[in-house]
Structures are given as structure tokens and as C-alpha cells.
Design a protein around this ligand. Sequence first.
Ligand code: BES
Ligand code: MN
Ligand code: ZN
Length: 496
Amino acid sequence: MQVTFNANYFPTEGAIVVPIFEGNDFTAPANQINEKTGGAISRAVEHSSFTGKSGDLLDIYAPTGLNLSRIILIGLGKKEDATEKSVSEIGTKLATKISYGPESSITVLFNNINLDNMKNHELAVHFSVGALLRSYRFNKYKTQLKEAQKKKINEFMVIVDQPQAADEFFHRYSSIVEGVFFARNLMCEPPNVLHPKSMAKELAELSNLGVKVDIINEKDMEKLGMNAILAVGKGSECESQLVVMQWNGGTDHEAPLAFVGKGVTFDTGGISLKPPPKMDEMKYDMGGAAAVAGLMKSLAGRKAKVNVVGVVGLVENMPDAAAYRPGDIIKTLSGQTIEVLNTDAEGRVVLADALWYTQSKFSPKFMIDLATLTGSMVVALGNKYAGMFSNDESLVHKLFQSGQETGEHVWQMPMDDRYDKDIDSKIADVKNTGANGAGSITAAHFLKRFTNNVPWAHLDIAGTAWTDEPNPYSGTLPTGFGVRLLDHFIHKYYEK
Ligand code: BES
Ligand code: MN
Ligand code: ZN
């Protein structure tokens, strides 16, 4: 779907979208179209339950006086309530509706609409971004698409007071959308196609945007002493990869912000094999790495004025004669030893080396890792919030705030030495599972031991990276969770 902003334009085909405030308070375009149609809008709202509440929708088919298939009334809510998030979510609702409608051309009338705390062009852009994000499809493996699935919106025209202001404001967001779609595309790919090497190859394409991409292969890892990542990948036919992506849009010598992603391209559990139900979903176990890659794409696409490094550990966790076992002890890059009690707790083992490498190589301002790390996170917070664990209250505040503003919510979870004790091993430094519940928290404490006390936050996105319950922005496809959150976080707090 392509979004264009225009002024002084009236469509001759397709559907027209007309916003109305809560309490059926007509906007300027609503009055204009109502007049053109001999009062069709007044009559329609009178005879329906439409009230103009945020996200309300109502169809008026084949309106007299217009050569259009329908008018779609859309509720904008109260003038004083609009936020980036609320307006985007109204856009997602329209996108869902038009995706199964007959029209391929949509015109949204935002001209002469003014809100209390949002400019006309901002309203138009936030709305369009929501619609764009929700329009995402992944049909590349469908060879027999039904007519309805083939349908595309060829024209999504948004009428605004100042198209140029809208275009300029849209620039950053269209780059974010590219980043989100990149993350989702990587996640949708099946695990026989997307494995550590092919994923590394996809990430290497970011160099076209000016991202410096370095790939550390197994031979390099052996030299460096990354035995934790190597251990997890041992049972796989595919070679493990550590991919380092650098975007240097800031000033020289300025310490970078670091983002680290868990990239398990498929997690069978290894020798501690998972049960069959929903095991296919473990192709999404690279969602943290996908989010980091999507973030890099967004930052580079919009030439963000900031230095950022993204590091992702890509492995496949398989059962095999060569696989690592429960009972194994691994010497990590940090020098600390891990006793493996469960090969299915592999994400933290991969991140142990990735985190240590990141802080020692780049001396970043802080590190934020994203990982589909624990099933217990899904039990605790479901798909509405990601769990946030941190040793730095300022990061916690900024991330929480960014979550509230983008709709990619994060909720702080406790960290406490009493949980840390749970992962002391009898014969090594640390074991990879605790035994007293709180699985997400002990996993976070495990990671903390590999941060070298650099300011750090861990986002457990196990519940938010994809959802069974339809998500406003992505339906039941992967969300790309983290890209919008972190682009916002960087833009708001770290870009000059
Ligand atoms: N990738 C899984 C976590 C996961 C499970 C994410 C379901 C999303 C949905 C992770 O590698 C894992 O298997 N964790 C185990 C840890 C346990 C063995 C200590 C878990 O959560 O069960
Ligand atoms: Mn696992
Ligand atoms: Zn996993």
C-alpha cells in the first residue's frame, strides 16, 4: 500500500473516508459531504449506533450525489484526547475494514480538521502509519491466492491542509514501517529457508543503506572463545553466526547505543526436546534478532543522528549426536562457566556471549537486549506487555514511557539477589535454569551476569513477538515488536 498526501483533490472512484468526532460532532469534511449527498451522513448516524467514538466505523453504500462506491464514516473520538497511539490505532481499524472491501482506491478526508494537541499533518501521518502497518501481508509462499487475497489498495490518498508538511513528517515514519516489515518478513520465513547463514546474508543487505555489517563465523568464534554460542549450535547442520551491524550517524568518538538480539532460527529444545504442540512457532525464536535488524534498517533509512550497534547471535537449537547436553559445562567468552541443566534454556546461553562481546568490544552507553526468552513471560504478562528487567532506573523510565507512547508496552519486573542465588551452580559458576519458579526473572539474572555491570535492560518479548489474539497493528502475523518502541526511544532521548 502506497500512501500519498494531497490537498484540493476529490476522488472519482473507490471509497471516501469521512472522520467525525465523538458525540457525532461533524468535522468540516463531514459537513461538506453531508451537503453533497443531501444529508446522507446525518440520516445514517441518526439510524445507527455510530457515535464518533474513537475507531467507530459505519458504511454508507452508493451514496446519492457522489460517483463513489461508499462513504466510510470513522470516529475520531474527542478532540482533546488524540495521541499518536490512539490515532494510529484508528488507522489500523480502517485498514482491516478496507482489506476485505471491494475498493482498491481509498481517499481519507482530513482537510480542515484540527485537534487540540495535534497538528493537521500529524493527525494524517499517525493515522496513515497505523493503516500501513496493518496492511502488511506475507503471501510469497501462496501459489493459489483467492481473488479476495489478491486484492490490493492501489491508492491510499490522504487529503490534508499542507501536503508538504505531511510528507516531511511522514519521512521518519515510513522508515520505521520499512524496519517493522523487514523484521516481520524475517520472522515469517520458514526455518528451512531462514537459518543462521541465510539470515546473516539478509542482514548483510543492510550495507546498501550504509550500515557496516560484519559476520563472525564459527571459526572466528572459536578463536575468540565464544564457546556458549558454539555449544548451542553444535547439534545443527547450519553454521552459527554472530552478526554485528553498525550505524554511525552520530559524532565520531561518541559511545554507541547497543542492541542485542536472540536469534534462534529454530528452537526444538535440543536434547531437552520440546513437546510437539506449536513447536512450529519456534521459528519465531529469532524475533529479538529480527527486531534489532529492523531497528537498524529504520535508523539507517532515516539517517538517524546517533551511533548504534546491533549484535545478533544466530543459531539453530537441534537434537543430534553432536548436540550439547544437559550436564555439559561450557566456558564462556567472559571466562565464567555455565552448567547446562536444560538445553531448551538456550537463548540465555547464546546471549551470554553476545552481551559480553558487545560490552567489551564497543564500550556502549548502555545495552538493551531483546529475546523470546521464556514461556513464563507469556504466563505472566500475556501478549499485552513485554517484560522489562534492568539495572538502570533511567533506562526503565525511558523505555516504559516509549512503550506507552507507541503501544509497544513494557512492564518492569523485579530483580533481586535472592533470585540470583537460584542460578548458582554446584560445580560451575552459573546454571542455565533455576528450580524455584520465576523462570523469566532467573533468566534475566543469568543475563545480568554477562553484562559486566554496564547499564542494561532486557526485554523478554516471548509474549509480544507474535500473537494468537489479533493485534491491532499486525493481526495474527508477527508483530515486529521492538522496532517502533526503540526507534521512538532513540529519537526521543538520544538524537540531537
Ligand atoms: N524460546 C523459548 C521460550 C518461548 C516459549 C518463547 C514459548 C515463546 C513461546 C526458550 O528458549 C525456552 O524454551 N525457554 C524455556 C526455559 C526453561 C527450559 C527453563 C521455557 O520457557 O520453558
Ligand atoms: Mn528453548
Ligand atoms: Zn528459545
